[in-house]
Design a protein around this ligand. Structure first.
Ligand SMILES: [Zn+2]
Length: 59
């Protein structure tokens, strides 16, 4: 399983990983070192604007 951070490309297993899924929990769309990378990714991709996104942090 790939464990590169979706945002910065680091190995998320070395941090406190946050996993993101859209729809079903099995449909993983992103993984991040921590909430900082998640927040930065959301801001950069403007995911928080226009759409209602559902993400499930785990771990
Ligand atoms: Zn990262």
């Amino acid at each position: 399983m790939e464990t590169d951070c979706t945002y910065c490309g680091c190995d998320v297993e070395r941090h406190d990983p946050v996993f993101v899924s859209e729809g079903t929990p099995d449909d993983l769309t992103g993984r991040f070192c921590n909430y900082g990378c998640l927040a930065a990714h959301i801001e950069e991709e403007a995911l928080a604007t226009g759409t209602t996104c559902e993400w499930t942090p785990s771990g």
